[in-house]
Design a protein around this ligand. Structure first.
Ligand code: PHE
Length: 412
């Protein structure tokens, strides 16, 4: 016999009127309960049914409700027991989540039981509701305690198995570096700007006119063979093969003022790619136009550049050459930076490295730029900063420059 909330709960296992007078309880036959419960909308006949001492014997309706109420109370009690047992068996946060969804969630068992509250009378509902809230509070408290115990245990387990040895040295961070071509370019800018040259931008996609015609190479000129390129689908528009068209752009902007500019940028050629040729590469063009500019000025500027770029005491030599847009034309070599002129694979055993092409600006090109060649003269040169970087840093293949392998940067 269990006393709860003023009600005496007892079970009568004889499904017929109870004759035990000491029991003093109201008992009903199975048929009687079946009949009355079905009319009150109670599902099924409980094998155990409960009754109240307080309920007067003749009032069937009230007693029936008491049966329902006791049924719910018993379910709540059972639920609390089940939930508490289940909770002690959960050992992980995940299992707790499952436990919560089984017992306390909106779709859980507690809500399931409370759905039947509507079947109770208005007087009974608050009582059962109160018990339900108590059960809920008890379970929630138990949950909270158990949850923090588990969290502590999990943390402890992590601490034991995944502990960090703070005395270990950190992993080194790889610092980025400038690309070797960028470094060469910046060195070149610094040297020439100190000599009074300005940096001038000119287009990478240019016209046949600027890339060839204005540089003294009309259509069909055999020198065009030296600069085979990529043509766009727009007739007359191509990827520039050298930075020299920038000479005419700069002259046309500044004529008749004297100018000293360098023109850096990418160039393109239809090349058979190998260790020293790429179809995309950098050039830096130089141009000085003014009155009384001579070949000595060109030599002076270039030797000064070579000494600053590769170190003082650099030996330079000028060989005669040919470019349609300079006259006379030369190529400048410096003694090999790697072997000091003795001969090595980099300089192909000549002791010299090719550095750039240069010359005095051809009068017709000056004219195309807007200068009167009887009054003005100028010099121009074009160098490859990729090549310079190759030589300076002893890299053996220009293709490394554009394959995005960061190990290249570790070599310099
Ligand atoms: N534009 C030439 C080249 O690409 C180099 C050059 C520039 C030569 C200026 C003379 C004067 O090879």
């Amino acid at each position: 016999m269990l006393v709860q909330n003023g009600w005496y709960h007892g079970a009568c296992w004889q499904l017929r009127p109870c004759r035990r007078t000491s029991c003093q309880l109201f008992c009903f036959s199975k048929t009687e309960v079946q009949r009355t419960t079905s009319s009150a909308g109670v599902r099924g006949v409980p094998e155990k049914f409960f009754f109240s001492l307080a309920a007067p014997g003749g009032k069937k309706g009230i007693i029936l409700m008491n049966i329902m109420q006791q049924d719910i109370l018993q379910q709540l009690e059972q639920l609390q027991q089940d939930a508490q047992t289940a909770l002690t068996q959960t050992t992980t946060t995940e299992a707790i989540r499952e436990w919560y969804s089984e017992y306390l969630s909106r779709k859980g068992r507690l809500t399931g039981i409370l759905r039947n509250l509507g079947n109770l009378s208005a007087e009974e509902r608050p009582l059962v509701g109160k018990v339900a809230n108590e059960v809920k509070a008890v379970l929630e408290n138990a949950l909270q305690e158990h949850q923090s115990a588990i969290a502590r245990a999990e943390l402890e387990a992590i601490r034991r198995t995944e502990s960090v040895d703070i005395t270990l040295p950190g992993r080194p961070q790889n610092l980025g570096k400038l690309h070797v071509t960028t470094r060469a370019l910046r060195d070149i800018y610094a040297i020439f700007t100190a000599m009074g040259f300005q940096i001038y931008d000119s287009p990478e996609v240019d016209t046949d006119e600027y890339n060839f015609q204005l540089l003294n190479m009309p259509p069909g000129h055999p020198a065009r063979d030296m600069w085979d390129t990529f043509y766009t689908t727009t007739p007359g528009l191509l990827l520039r093969t050298h930075t020299s068209p920038g000479q005419v752009h700069a002259m046309r902007q500044y004529a008749p003022e004297p100018i000293r500019v360098i023109l850096p940028g990418k160039c393109y050629r239809y090349e058979a790619v190998d260790a020293s040729h790429e179809s995309m590469f950098y050039q830096v063009e130089g141009l000085a136009v003014g009155k009384h500019i001579t070949f000595s000025d060109l030599k002076g500027v270039l030797i000064n550049f070579a000494n600053q770029m590769y170190g003082q005491g650099r030996k330079a030599r000028f060989r005669k050459s040919y470019f349609p847009f300079t006259e006379p034309s030369v190529e400048m070599d410096i003694d090999c930076v790697l072997c000091g002129g003795k001969g090595c694979p980099v300089c192909k055993n000549t002791g010299w490295l090719e550095m750039l092409g240069a010359g005095m600006v051809q009068p017709r090109v000056l004219q195309n730029g807007g200068y009167d060649p009887t009054e003005f003269s100028g010099f121009a040169f074009g160098m490859g900063p990729d090549r310079i970087a190759l030589q300076k840093y002893g890299i053996d293949d220009i293709r490394y420059f554009f394959t995005n392998d960061a190990r290249l940067l570790e070599r310099v």
